[in-house]
Design a protein around this ligand. Structure first.
Ligand SMILES: [Zn+2]
Length: 498
């Protein structure tokens, strides 16, 4: 920790504050209050500004993403989605010159615990304290963070899976809190107010910010480049990125809230920035309270755009066992994480496999792939540092699934479907053969006692073949249709009815 901060702020507990169980369940944030660090910052920012000097360097923040699931080990947020959320947050922090990366060697963890996965404040407290990791931003992704979209508490951020999509600003908002920023509407959290009335001079014991700027450093969020904002619920914006709701400051002046701020409660689509003063506070916080995050001063290696993932197998429509497919590919320089997708079509929809693996270039899939299908697959490279390759074009592999655990060679090569079954005596049953290659065989029809009642030589071409099985001399009963040659046999039961 920064020496200056230690000197000026002895004995203060460095924890964020948490809302008084504000679980309104409408995609808001659970963080209220201001941190002791921020109080110190507000009191000393002039002195800090004088001693700062040139501050144009990038600050690099390592993150371990901890993704909860149920006790049974399901419902995790998809790991690539979490990578995309972090990459998205990097874009949102570009102006602040802060870049997040996954902690090298410890980029993500899975926590299977239903108590943490859907939690109230007790469960959140237990989640953070049982899993907190030093020297990095702790980001927990859960299904339900105490009824909120997310919150920042006890030096960690907790994000709701459903508020962590590519177009959400939840991560940036909570990281803003983590680096000390209050809501622009600080003081109004949990209040109800008739906005057509002039606001009181104080709310929750805190000064209400006026539109004339006269009290902006001692009211609201303590910043002067964020305008007054009293809206403590999720609100939508107009074309000018302002609130639809008109508010009135203590002097009766009319104004609309600035929707462009990540730290406001405007809908995610309205928000696009931190202000210079907010950025200054966050960077100062990183350089003091969170200086243990600043482990590197230079960027790490990117993954080259000219390096698509080269697939090894399966390729070229090869047949593979549908419930045991091992995908393999060549390593990409600087990549350590790979996302594997398998889908029915070239656009990966429907998608049967979507899995991100770490420090390996193979993935074995034993479930979820359909049998007898032509399927496509591709791989995207990531690293702890480079989270940006979700849109990079990649090679497509094609393969066919098949049940190769059939008991003999003929079954492996030929598939037979018999219909209708049962068949009415006198009508033909039909067998549709799918054959990998030309096959000669004998077709036999035998009764329950093994007596052959019909036989026919058949010649199958590769692909689909249709063979009639006559039933006109048969009485009702069960029969076996068998196809045999030197490489094996296929047997089907046929019911004949009157
Ligand atoms: Zn918040």
């Amino acid at each position: 920790m920064n020496y200056l901060f230690k000197l000026l702020l002895p004995g203060l507990i460095l924890l964020g504050q948490i809302s008084n169980a504000q679980t309104n369940g409408d995609n808001t944030c659970g963080t209220t209050g201001i941190t002791p660090w921020f109080k110190w910052y507000v009191e000393n920012r002039e002195m800090l500004a004088q001693t700062r000097g040139v501050d144009t360097n990038w600050l690099y923040v390592p993150v371990t993403i901890q993704i909860t699931g149920t006790d049974e080990g399901d419902q995790h947020m998809n790991l690539e989605s979490a990578i995309i959320a972090l990459n998205n947050m990097n874009q949102q922090f570009t102006e602040a010159r802060i870049r997040f990366y996954m902690m090298p060697g410890d980029p993500f963890r899975y926590l299977d615990n239903s108590y943490w996965h859907v939690h109230g404040w007790d469960g959140g407290d237990d989640l953070i304290n049982s899993n907190f990791l030093p020297n990095r931003l702790n980001a927990f992704v859960v299904r339900d963070p105490a009824g909120n979209c997310g919150y920042s508490w006890q030096d960690a951020i907790v994000l709701g899976r459903n508020c962590s999509g590519a177009y959400n600003t939840t991560w940036a908002h909570e990281a803003g809190h983590h680096f000390s920023l209050p809501h622009p509407f600080f003081g109004w959290e949990g209040e109800t107010w008739d906005y057509s009335l002039p606001a009181p001079n104080q709310v929750s014991g805190h000064n209400v910010e006026k539109t004339d700027g006269s009290n902006c450093y001692v009211s609201g969020d303590f910043f002067c480049d964020t305008k007054p904002d009293y809206l403590n619920y999720r609100w939508s914006c107009n074309q000018d990125k302002e609130s639809l709701t008109l508010q009135h400051d203590p002097n009766g002046e009319e104004f609309r809230s600035d929707a462009s701020l990540y730290m406001s409660y405007s809908l995610d689509a309205c928000a696009s920035r931190f202000t210079p003063e907010q950025i200054e506070a966050m960077r100062t916080n990183l350089n003091t309270q969170h200086s243990d995050y600043l482990q590197i001063t230079d960027p790490l290696q990117e993954i080259s755009d000219d390096n698509p993932v080269e697939l090894i197998s399966p390729l070229d429509t090869v047949f593979v066992q549908y419930d045991n497919v091992t995908f393999s590919w060549n390593p990409v320089p600087n990549a350590s994480l790979y996302t594997v997708e398998v889908g029915l079509h070239e656009n990966m929809l429907p998608r049967f496999v979507w899995e991100t693996v770490y420090n390996t270039t193979t993935l074995t899939v034993t479930k979820n792939l359909p049998n007898n299908k032509l399927l496509y697959w591709r791989v995207r490279p990531y690293s702890e540092w480079d989270l940006s390759k979700q849109l990079a074009p990649q090679q497509l592999g094609v393969f066919k699934t098949f049940n190769t655990t059939a008991t003999n060679e003929l079954e492996r090569k030929v598939q037979a479907d018999l219909s209708p079954n049962p068949v009415v005596a006198g009508l033909n049953a039909q067998i549709v053969f799918q054959s990998e290659e030309p096959v000669s065989a004998m077709l036999f029809l035998s009764d329950m006692n093994g007596r052959k009642v019909y036989n026919q030589a058949i010649q199958l071409g590769s692909g689909e073949n249709l063979i009639d099985v006559p039933t006109d001399k048969l009485s009702a009963g069960l029969y076996f249709v068998s196809i045999q040659n030197e490489s094996g046999s296929i047997v089907k039961r046929l019911a004949v009815i009157n």
